[in-house]
Design a protein around this ligand. Structure first.
Ligand code: ADP
Ligand code: MG
Length: 317
């Protein structure tokens, strides 16, 4: 199998005729146009075997995570996914691995409406890089810098599940793929529809990749304000509480990463509208605190100061 057969066999099927696409895989570069009045939103993420995922992680899981981390970045900008490029570095050509990887990537990209328009294929230590391109009406992107004191700190879905899933993935390699906590780690659900729905309603957004405290801290710093989080209001799944207990569930929710939920700044008078739009996007929102004047992120438990055990996230690395 040479490089061109490999692309034709495994990756050409991920290319579909998308609106605005003039030229996809096969030329020296791709060409597309965006709808009038839309700005290009671009993000790229790399997964390195042994660093971002365990050696011998199933190829479908690698693909799911690769798509999800990129789509989550587009979601956090309020962007509509459109096109992707894929840079693949492979130690050797393993048809079974490639077929499973490409199938799962194709499912994830197609579900998001993203057509594969190009890439690069090289030999070396297993490394996957996906560049995701989306678009947003000019001036309407959700950024990290728009929060103001008095805005509510709002999160989507539940937090901490993926941190428990990481422990499961390391302890019992993909034994029980149906475990909801493991699924949160292996195949996170990027909140793409939510991000788009909250354009013009939320004032700032970020996706939770490094942990709530770390990522909320990025909004606070960029917005030149502080934030207060009530740990009693953290949205915790029943599965997480059942597995690790309330105290650890709270710690996982505060400092665990990889949940790929959105953290948002919502003005109080827009909360009802935000919640309604979130329901339309199939996800719940929870108010967990507020932005305040000052700097940094503080936690409390019903008014009592609460000091989390860890603030950062212990990545797989
Ligand atoms: P060039 O030498 O001009 O960079 P390549 O030989 O690297 O071209 O790639 C040939 C074509 O195949 C290009 O259109 C490129 O975008 C596409 N391509 C290469 N690798 C991949 C991949 N892994 N997935 C999708 N498209 C790819
Ligand atoms: Mg090339």
């Amino acid at each position: 199998v040479d490089e061109f057969d490999l692309i034709a066999r495994y990756f050409q099927p991920l290319a579909f005729a998308a609106p605005g696409l003039e030229l996809g895989i096969g030329d020296d570069a791709a060409i597309f146009t965006l709808p009038p009045g839309e700005a290009l939103v671009v993000t790229v993420d790399t997964l390195v075997e042994g660093v971002h995922f365990p050696v011998d992680f199933p190829p479908a899981a690698v693909a799911s995570r690769l798509a999800a981390v990129n789509l989550s970045d587009l979601a956090a900008m309020g962007a509509t996914p459109r096109y992707a490029t894929l840079a693949l570095t492979l130690p050797q050509v393993e048809p079974d691995w490639l077929a499973a990887f490409a199938d799962a990537l194709g499912v994830a990209l197609a579900a998001a409406g993203m057509s594969l328009v190009g890439g690069d294929t090289t030999r070396g230590p297993l490394t996957l890089t996906l560049q995701a391109m989306g678009s947003v009406p000019v001036g309407q992107a959700l950024t990290r810098g728009g929060a103001r004191p008095g805005d509510l700190v709002v999160v989507s879905g539940t937090l901490g599940d993926a941190r428990a899933g990481l422990d499961l993935a390391l302890a019992t390699p993909w034994a029980d793929a149906d475990d909801p906590l493991l699924a949160r780690f292996v195949a996170p659900t990027p909140r793409v529809a939510l991000g788009c729905a909250l354009r013009g309603v939320a004032r700032a957004a970020i996706d939770v990749s490094d942990g709530l405290l770390a990522d909320l801290g990025h909004i606070a710093a960029r917005s030149r304000c502080g934030a207060r989080v009530d740990v009693g209001r953290l949205p915790l799944s029943a599965a997480l509480r059942a597995r690790v207990g309330l105290a650890t569930a709270r710690e996982f929710a505060l400092a665990g990463g990889d949940d790929y939920e959105l953290v948002l700044a919502v003005p109080p008078d827009r909360l009802a509208e935000a919640a309604q739009r979130a329901r339309g996007a199939g996800v719940s929102l929870t108010v967990i605190g507020e932005f305040v004047a000052g700097a940094g992120v503080e936690c409390h438990d019903a008014g009592q100061a609460f000091v989390p055990a860890a603030r950062g996230y212990l990545h797989f690395e």
